[in-house]
Ligand binder design. Structure first.
Ligand code: ADP
Ligand code: MG
Length: 238
């Protein structure tokens, strides 16, 4: 069964259409990157998949079930936001535990999951610090940790590397590739960075003008772009 299915999803803000006819089915444990310029509707699509926003038409299914018919705490989805969105007054441990406490996960289970995520991300030494005491890269890892502890079936990543400097971006990219090997989950990442999409994704979905322009493996898109927009955007050889 496909973990995530998008069927003719449409969205407009007022009279401005943002997403038109978006359809895609993920394979189990697949990593898909939506690649497109700023304003092409990538974040909106992730918020719809997360159930934070509703589509005007179409369906979002997770493991065969309509997402809008699942209770928010029971969707098996975890989102990493572009701007971390950590609670500044809570420790790293508190930030990672927060969602689990709200979901009434038992304290011993919470402690075990936080320890596991901290180990995966190598942030054990920072668990009692507050976000303000961390570097940007460490904060981003806490944001990823907050998703890992939920043991989601689907990770949603909104430009997870865009606020990092070049060296950290490379390192965090490798960490994401590694995380992928360790968890039984599918990934949807949105990005405007073609290198990021090319190196992490099994398939890339190129977005522009509210629509999917092409879906394919990175090399396929690079070597056989479907149109001139895709060719320019991924820097295909002429
Ligand atoms: P991306 O993440 O690809 O940059 P977004 O999904 O953030 O694109 O935005 C797509 C379009 O929708 C943009 O034109 C943006 O201005 C508009 N938009 C996004 N969120 C809202 C909102 N809450 N209300 C009105 N317009 C919005
Ligand atoms: Mg965005």
């Amino acid at each position: 069964m496909n973990s995530l299915e998008l069927i003719n999803v449409r969205k407009a803000y007022g009279k401005t259409p943002v997403l038109d006819d978006i359809s895609l089915a993920l394979e189990p444990r697949e990593f898909v990157a939506f690649l497109g310029p700023s304003g092409s509707g990538k974040s909106t699509l992730l918020r719809i998949i997360a159930g934070l926003e509703t589509a005007d038409a179409g369906e979002v299914r997770l493991d065969g079930r309509r997402i809008d018919q699942l209770p928010p705490g029971d969707r098996g989805v975890a989102m990493v936001f572009q701007h971390y969105a950590l609670y500044p007054h809570m420790t790293v441990r508190g930030n990672m535990a927060f969602g689990l406490k709200n979901a009434h996960v038992p304290p011993a289970e919470i402690a075990a999951r936080v320890a596991e995520a901290a180990r995966i991300l190598e942030i054990e030494a920072h668990l009692d610090k507050r976000p303000g005491q961390l570097s940007g890269g460490q904060r981003q890892r806490v944001a990823i940790g907050r998703a890992i502890v939920k043991h989601p079936r689907l990770f949603l990543l909104d430009e997870p590397l865009s606020n990092l400097d070049a060296a950290l971006r490379m390192r965090t990219r490798l960490e994401l590739a590694d995380l992928r090997q360790r968890v039984d989950a599918a990934f949807v990442m949105v990005t405007h960075d073609q290198a990021e999409a090319m190196t992490l994704a099994d398939r890339i979905v190129v977005m522009n003008d509210r629509r999917i322009q092409q879906v394919g493996a990175p090399m396929e898109i690079y070597l056989r772009p479907a149109n001139s927009f895709v060719a320019r955007f991924v820097g295909s050889p002429a």
